[in-house]
Design a binder for this molecule. Structure first.
Ligand SMILES: [Fe+2]
Length: 334
């Protein structure tokens, strides 16, 4: 209870205490702030408006700046209604008109405390709800990642030559995407897209996957089906991750329009698929395949440069070269 008029202060304190509430008294705003600093936040503060040293408005502002959850009720003379309204705008919950009436003080005090309780409860539930939603989201993602790992392992068990390929492509793609300014959720989708880009090969015949030597035109057509098939397999699970689906479908498109499955060219190829196209090719070149031995990282980088502008997006090739400037660290291990 803050009032320079000792008689008024005592009167209000008596009403509050006989209402079953403990109280502290201050004869000025400055003293009240000092008490708050010492005792910590109180649930409710009743303050007079006209006081020497620091008026009620200034006290209200200062007190709410330090203790935004404190309920403040102003004490006001009949002539001060405009000032009282000003106080409500600043954040006071209510005002009590002088001369005070016992029942009115009690009713206003109860109402102000109820309001404060409600605000605090709301905040608690909101915070609790947010963290619960976050937790569910995290679990969903973990379940998705586990499912993805299972699919990748199923593919790698079938095709020995892609063992580790998905994980490496994912790592290459993420580092390259960082160079291109990808962050947060978009980067996360690149990571997942890299892991899953070849998942459609689950539907490719094993004798073709592991065939040494060149494929016949029919066999090559069969292999090409893995891009669109991968998208079809994942679409029911990854409806909320369209970038991942675009990577899976379009990672064999070429800048000059001679890729598959849609023969897209230039900017019509999704940007994220252009990233995976480059790093996928690099990893394929630098690892052992059924049909040929690996190329050196240096020769593979040269090949990327040579094909920039026809097969590959030159900006992505540049970003890849920047991301892996230290050639001695290539190829990366999984
Ligand atoms: Fe592929």
């Amino acid at each position: 209870m803050v009032d320079d008029d000792a008689q008024m202060r005592r009167a209000v304190v008596r009403i509050i205490e006989t209402h079953g509430l403990a109280s502290l008294e201050a004869s000025s705003g400055v003293e009240a702030l000092a008490i708050l600093d010492r005792e910590g936040e109180v649930a409710l503060c009743i303050s007079d408006i006209y006081m020497p040293e620091m008026d009620g408005l200034t006290f209200l502002r200062e007190a709410l700046a330090r203790y935004p959850d404190m309920a403040v009720v102003m004490l006001t003379g009949v002539a001060d209604v405009t000032t009282a309204v000003e106080c409500l705008k600043i954040g006071a919950l209510d005002y009590i008109a002088k001369p005070v009436i016992v029942e009115e003080v009690r009713a206003r005090v109860d109402k102000a405390l109820e309001k404060r309780e409600l605000v605090l409860q709301n905040r608690f539930y909101q915070k609790h709800l947010e963290s619960r939603v976050r937790e569910l989201d995290r679990r969903n993602r973990q379940a998705l990642v586990n499912g993805v790992q299972t699919l990748v392992h199923a593919l790698e068990a079938k095709d020995a030559y892609t063992s580790g390929h998905s994980a490496r492509v994912s790592r290459y793609a993420v580092k390259t995407a960082v160079q291109l300014g990808y962050t947060g959720e978009r980067l996360e989708q690149i990571r997942l897209g890299g892991e899953l880009h070849d998942i459609g090969k689950i539907g490719t015949r094993e004798d073709i996957l592991n065939k040494p030597g060149l494929l016949s035109p029919e066999e090559f057509e069969h292999v090409k089906g893995h891009a669109a098939l991968g998208e079809r397999i994942l679409a029911p699970f990854l409806g909320e991750s369209p970038m991942v689906l675009r990577i899976v479908r379009s990672h064999h498109e070429r800048l000059d329009g001679r890729g598959f499955p849609d023969a897209l060219s230039g900017d019509r190829i999704p940007a994220e698929a252009r990233i995976v196209a480059v790093v996928d090719a690099f990893d394929a070149m630098t690892t052992n395949r059924a049909y040929r031995p690996p190329k050196s990282p240096m020769d593979s980088l040269e090949e990327l440069r040579r094909c920039a502008g026809t097969h590959f997006d030159p900006e992505v090739v540049e970003a890849f070269l920047r991301a892996f400037a230290d050639v001695s660290a290539l190829p990366i291990s999984t």
